[in-house]
Ligand binder design. Sequence first.
Ligand SMILES: [Fe+2]
Length: 251
Amino acid sequence: MSNFDVSRDITPVDAVAKIEELGIIRIQDYAPDVSEIKDELMSIYDHMEPNYQFGKAIRTDDPNWDLAQTPKTAAFFNSPWMREIASKYQLTQQACQGALYPESYGFQRELFSTYDFLHDQGTATQGWVHFDKLQRFKFFLNVTDIDEDCGPFQAAIGTHITTKALRAKDPNPASPAKWRFGKYCGDEGVPGPKDDARTSGLQNHYPEIEYELIPMTGAAGTLLVFDSDVFHKGGNVAEGKNRIVVRGHSW
Ligand SMILES: [Fe+2]
């Protein structure tokens, strides 16, 4: 048990306090059985070709994922417990948001899912350590068992505090112009031959800041709840491994 591991019985008030302190919590046994969610997602994935660097990706703000096709998944992410946590946390985040906030706030505005099974594809934009340019509050469900070889999400505990200080210094705190940290502290941030170079020149804006990434591994049914201001990165799946996750974004 780490300090970011909490019980599935945690109250929204206690969950928010923990996320305010650490930036992220993990609930390892949140959903005892995600087989119905997995079946719903596979009914979409089985009928599409790989559409991104590491496999397949769908999102509800795109025609490739109609929530009506996945009622169990939609209901899972529409939980009153999640709704209370997201609003309690997120409605204190005006400094990271636009002028219309909090009037513009919306719970679980988008759901994203990825099915990663391609390895040796270099580093994607989300594979560089970063905080999200636009701050989001996220519920992240492991739909498959995710160990160190399955490209687990990695986070640096407590660094959302650092990001908020960086945002406060930026002339446009809701959307800073630069946001990448590079592959690790002190790295030059130069993309390799297979890496996604879309953010070339934007990496490693804060090379002097040190951090320690922790892989957020967990069996299927593990739930992560976090502020995307925490430094984080996605991982790469090893050969023969795969990973399916779903994320809900509120802001
Ligand atoms: Fe991100």
